[in-house]
Design a protein around this ligand. Structure first.
Ligand code: ZN
Length: 273
């Protein structure tokens, strides 16, 4: 059994603020150093759960910010680490090599979700993303990409809002709730040691039953709303895209992997100023 693990940081137990997940601002260095350790701990808990379920190969993809957060020296020795960027498939780089299931650990709710820790979709400039008319965040877009390669998402861990988002989208997915938001920057969380136990057990249980991939329609259409029109001005440079509104860009393709590429190009171009 081959297992793919994508690890983000906002949904790790105890995390409530960007200062704890910011790898670049020197003022955040001390906080960040503690929380990347907790992130590595939850990644390892997922590896342990996968091994308990009979995994023979485990790939862990660092999926947060510059994607150099997980501590290699602390990684479970049964796993391989995919670190750094840019990566063509970003949070799911390598998924195309073929896996029996994917696990999304430390994930967060999509932009605009009420009572969700650090809700966002890739970056602040993205206000909403719709796939075939349905609002989606990183859980949904990445699940659709995994589905395009025939890989089901078996487990999603994060706060309660993330779990609800995942369950609404993915039939039979196992969700592991490690915290509940009080506001965007406050939460009631289980202790990290408890979170690791919940993740390990949740993964082992989930991998004992079959899961079906989310199959994106063909053709599919993605629409992205940005905050400012100049961001859409840049994004619409993607060949084949259209501009249905002042801050909105749209792209349609029969091949979901091409559509995902356009989405990656949209938000990276929108960063230009
Ligand atoms: Zn992140």
């Amino acid at each position: 059994m081959r297992i793919y693990i994508s690890v983000d940081m906002e949904g790790i137990a105890g995390v409530v603020h960007e200062d704890q997940t910011n790898p670049v601002d020197p003022r955040c260095a001390a906080e960040y150093a503690r929380f990347r350790k907790l992130m590595t701990g939850e990644a390892n808990a997922a590896v342990e759960g996968a091994l308990a379920a009979g995994a023979t190969q485990v790939v862990v993809n660092d999926s947060h910010w510059d994607m150099r957060n997980l501590l290699p020296e602390e990684l479970h020795e049964a796993a391989e680490l995919l670190s750094g960027g840019p990566k063509r498939l970003s949070m799911l780089e390598g998924i195309e090599r073929g896996f029996d299931a994917a696990l999304f650990i430390g994930y967060h709710a999509r932009a605009g979700t009420p009572r969700a820790v650090l809700d966002h979709t890739i970056m602040d400039a993205v206000r909403d993303v719709r796939l075939n008319g349905r609002s989606m965040g990183e859980v949904g877009l990445n699940a659709a990409l995994a589905g395009a390669y025939g890989v089901p998402v078996a487990v999603v861990s994060g706060d309660r809002a993330t779990a609800e988002e995942a369950r609404a989208l993915l039939d039979g997915v196992e969700t592991v709730i490690v915290k509940e938001a009080v506001s965007r920057h406050a939460a009631r969380s289980v202790a990290p040691a408890v979170a690791r136990r919940l993740i390990r057990d949740g993964v082992a249980t989930a991998l004992g039953r079959p899961h079906s991939p989310l199959s994106p329609a063909s053709p599919s259409t993605i629409e992205v709303d940005f905050t400012f029109s100049y961001q859409a001005d840049y994004a619409e440079l993607v060949p084949g895209s259209s501009r249905p509104g002042p801050v909105t860009v749209r792209y349609t393709h029969a091949d979901f992997c091409e559509l995902f590429r356009a989405w990656r190009a949209f938000y990276n171009l929108a960063r230009a100023e």
